[in-house]
Design a protein around this ligand. Structure first.
Ligand SMILES: NC(=O)c1ccc[n+]([C@@H]2O[C@H](COP(=O)([O-])OP(=O)(O)OC[C@H]3O[C@@H](n4cnc5c(N)ncnc54)[C@H](O)[C@@H]3O)[C@@H](O)[C@H]2O)c1
Length: 281
């Protein structure tokens, strides 16, 4: 693996635990700037799928004229993480699975900083699995990672302050912009994005304006690249319903999902992926 061109602010050897949609993208981001990336997958079949996913993603970047400075390997043995300065976990959003994976990472790479790409779980709750909870920080990348420029750096109550600064530097080294957010439900991005979308849905169900006109209010009025209802179609209405229910539980009734969202999800109108959401696709 080549690593001579790694920017100072990005670790030379990085682990990614779980090479799915997000983990594959995170691996891509570090490989692009020259890190040697070790991806850990569950079994040989998932490892092969991850390998193909990352290779395809890097090939696409190369075809666009981007330079790829590093290299990656996909393994099924977490022991290969020894020597990583940073390990980012991106396994599915299940607290018990994440606890188990965090313990494995800490055992294999006791000195590594551990990043979690969780989109909704509490960093404090995840840190409970670790012998040293100060080494965990949230690194919330956005989908699709190769073309998203934001990373939320999520700070738990026990996260070491020096680690937050390091994480911000690494994100900048990836050519992304970090924002620092204290651990709280929905962090900043999901909470704000969902709040806007829920209010747009209430406008729609009260008959104040059409979906297209509500979206245009935001795209032309506030220069959002995509309106809140179209964004919901792209993300998936089921995904947003799930987040709204979580935020309602954690933050109260202002996040209660509007009727129109529940009805559409029940009817299988989940957005672009099913051909119908607030728009026909
Ligand atoms: N998809 C998104 O838009 C998005 C955006 C931001 C954050 N996230 C978060 O990123 C994380 C991963 O989501 P995703 O969409 O990439 O999921 P995914 O299902 O695409 O990928 C998960 C990967 O983890 C692997 N895996 C499962 N169990 C494992 C184990 N025990 N050991 C090793 N690998 C294992 C799977 O084989 C799979 O490749 C979740 O916490 C999710 O909330 C997702």
């Amino acid at each position: 693996m080549t690593s001579g061109v790694v920017p100072k602010s990005v670790p030379q050897v990085v682990g990614v635990y779980g090479g799915g949609r997000m983990g594959g993208g995170i691996a891509h981001a570090f490989v692009a700037v020259g890190s040697a990336v070790v991806v850990v997958e569950n079994d040989e079949a998932s490892a092969e799928a991850a390998r193909e996913r990352i290779e395809a993603s890097l090939a696409k970047a190369v075809a666009k004229g981007e330079r790829i400075a590093g290299a990656f390997d996909v393994v099924t043995d977490a022991g290969a993480l020894a020597g990583c300065a940073l390990v980012v976990e991106a396994v599915p959003e299940l607290v018990d699975l994440k606890h188990d994976v965090l313990r494995r990472i800490a055992a294999a790479a006791p000195d590594a900083v551990i990043g979690s790409n969780t989109s909704s779980l509490s960093i404090d709750a995840l840190a409970d699995a670790l012998p040293d909870p100060s080494r965990l920080v949230g690194l919330h990348f956005f989908n699709p990672v190769p073309v998203s420029s934001l990373v939320e750096v999520v700070v738990g109550r026990r996260t070491a302050p020096a680690l937050v600064e390091a994480a911000r530097g690494w994100v900048a080294g990836l050519g992304r912009t970090p924002i620092t957010v204290q651990d709280s439900p929905g962090f900043a991005s999901s909470r704000l994005g969902v709040a806007l979308a829920l209010e747009a849905m209430r406008l729609l169900e009260e008959g104040v304006a059409s979906a297209a006109d509500i979206d245009t209010a935001m795209t032309l009025g506030y220069r959002h690249p995509v309106g809140p209802l179209r964004t919901t179609d792209l993300v998936g209405l089921d995904v947003r319903l799930h987040i709204a229910e979580h935020l309602e539980r954690e933050l109260g009734p202002r996040f209660a999902p509007p009727r129109v969202l529940r009805d559409k999800v029940a009817a299988g109108e989940l957005g672009r992926k099913t051909g119908q959401g607030f728009y026909r696709w």
